[in-house]
Design a protein around this ligand. Structure first.
Ligand SMILES: Cc1cc2nc3c(=O)[nH]c(=O)nc-3n(C[C@H](O)[C@H](O)[C@H](O)COP(=O)(O)OP(=O)(O)OC[C@H]3O[C@@H](n4cnc5c(N)ncnc54)[C@H](O)[C@@H]3O)c2cc1C
Length: 464
């Protein structure tokens, strides 16, 4: 078996790329695994191809997207072993990584592991969310970035969060006529967020950018609706309308495509599978791995950086990646504490600057109770096993104490997505039904493989 790597990084988004570049500068033997075919992560997805083959799309996707080229180029130029198209399905102790690449599984060993797996969209289980024609805004954005595909017909955006505004703006640049943006932020959110405005204004550029998107959307005549008691999607064969109810009145918006989005949550299944400690974060309304300021997890050889350690945004993710690599180099005795701290000064200052936007965003776009724990019993929660909100409430009434026991009652969380699509909804529904905090309910016990894997691949596992 070959010598272990000093550092294995899972994820080549801003956090993973910045960590890899720093680790290489410090002489760490580093491997980077990412399931995408090119570096960039979510925000800079396909950026090299877009810049090379479709440069006109750079302006359409916005200046924040184009800014990623420098980071990607620095990553390409650094001496790490980069393995694109590699899906990590297990991290084991002592540290080994099992991953699948082009139909074959492999194992490699490392002294330290940095999990930089980013974020995923928070599920938005509304009545009608499983109808054809409904998808998440993030999924639609992936199609725009990778192949330049845009939705056609009457497009309605439903939800809240900066990514929804950005994507509405990007669709406008791509000449897509968005019919309406149905804003599900909670009543009073703006008032609650207002007290964070002075801090947010000290973060570079974010407030101005958000206001610019809103102004452009308004000027383009996009209907922006808010303050409802109820939203649902109707249709027989596919989605046909978005129905909103407010102050006793019902409005119906005809729709061919509905794009849902209500913020991001950490993509932390690897950390759960490793039994790293997690805790409920009330302002982000999700579980977050317990880490220190260097990203060290409850197991000291594991680190997290970027959105998988709590949503921070791309620029903060990048600086968190640098800090994690510095700490790895220190733990591996390549630099001493004085050198680490000196090199950490700039990223710490940048991280502090960029993080000033978070309290405002978290107050403004905190998802409402009814959008994280559906009130109607017939709303599907676990799409793989087709368990609905009523099934979960009934299981609680029968004495089911937590999400893991729920698996035995109704199989939810046991399908191919391994609970990624329903985990938080199940926790929220159970917490509401039992009137306790989500922390008390906990989360699914995630077991490998964290991504679907063919049995033949497992049987033919190559050792490295
Ligand atoms: C769909 C989507 C679209 C987004 N678009 C934008 C945007 O346009 N603008 C913006 O400001 N923010 C966007 N965000 C937010 C964005 O995720 C962050 O701001 C930023 O990209 C976080 O950087 P990161 O390095 O932490 O994670 P990411 O950029 O998400 O990078 C994580 C990487 O880990 C890889 N990965 C995850 N799990 C595995 C695994 N098991 N095995 C191998 N590789 C794995 C992923 O392929 C990904 O490349 C988006 C988020 C999502 C979910």
């Amino acid at each position: 078996m070959s010598e272990p790597y000093d550092l294995a990084i899972v994820g080549a988004g801003p956090a993973g790329m910045a960590a890899a570049t720093t680790a290489a500068e410090l002489g760490l033997r580093t491997v980077v695994l990412d399931e995408q075919e090119a570096p960039g992560g979510q925000i800079y997805r396909s950026i090299e191809r877009v810049a090379r083959d479709h440069p006109q799309r750079l302006a359409m996707l916005g200046e924040d997207y184009a800014a990623g080229l420098a980071l990607v180029r620095a990553f390409r130029a650094c001496s790490v072993d980069y393995r694109p198209g590699s899906t990590v399905w297990q991290v084991e102790q002592p540290l080994g990584i099992l991953y699948s690449a082009h139909g074959e599984s492999h194992r490699l060993r490392a002294r330290r592991i940095l999990i930089a797996t980013g974020a995923m969209e928070r599920p938005m289980p509304l009545a009608g969310w499983t109808l054809p024609g409904v998808m998440t805004a993030g999924a639609a954005q992936i199609l725009l970035k990778t192949v330049g595909a845009v939705p056609q017909g009457r497009v309605v955006l439903v939800g809240c969060g900066p990514l929804l505004l950005l994507f509405a703006w990007q669709l406008l640049q791509a000449n897509v006529r968005v019919s309406a943006l149905v804003d599900t932020s909670t009543p009073g959110a703006r008032r609650r967020a207002a007290r964070h405005l002075p801090t947010a204004l000290m973060a570079p550029g974010y407030v101005g950018k958000g206001l610019r998107y809103i102004r452009v959307l308004r000027e383009a005549g996009i209907a922006m609706l808010d303050n409802f008691e109820h939203v649902q999607l109707n249709g027989s064969e596919r989605v046909e309308e978005v129905v909103v109810k407010r102050s006793g009145a019902t409005e119906r918006l005809a729709a061919d495509v509905v794009l849902l989005h209500q913020g991001l949550v950490p993509n932390a299944n690897l950390g759960w599978a490793l039994r790293c400690e997690h805790e409920w974060n009330e302002s982000q309304r999700c579980f977050i791995p317990r880490v220190d300021s260097w990203g060290l997890a409850s197991q000291a050889e594991i680190q997290f950086a970027g959105d998988c350690a709590g949503i921070v945004g791309a620029r903060s993710a990048e600086h968190a990646g640098r800090l994690a690599a510095l700490e790895s180099a220190y733990r591996l005795e390549r630099i001493d504490a004085t050198a680490r701290d000196a090199k950490a000064r700039a990223p710490i200052a940048e991280l502090r600057r960029h993080r000033r936007i978070r309290p405002l965003l978290e107050a403004l776009y905190r998802p409402g109770d009814r959008y994280v724990a559906p009130e109607q019993d017939d709303v599907i929660v676990c799409r793989c096993e087709e368990a609905n909100a009523g099934d979960i409430r009934r299981a609680v009434a029968h004495g089911c104490p937590g999400p893991n026991q729920m698996k035995a009652f109704i199989r939810c969380g046991m399908g191919p997505c391994q609970g990624r699509m329903c985990g938080l909804t199940v926790t929220e529904l159970m917490a509401a039904a039992r009137n306790v905090s989500p922390n008390e309910i906990g989360y699914y016990r995630i077991r490998p493989p964290i991504k679907p894997l063919a049995l033949g691949e497992l049987a033919a596992l190559q050792l490295e």
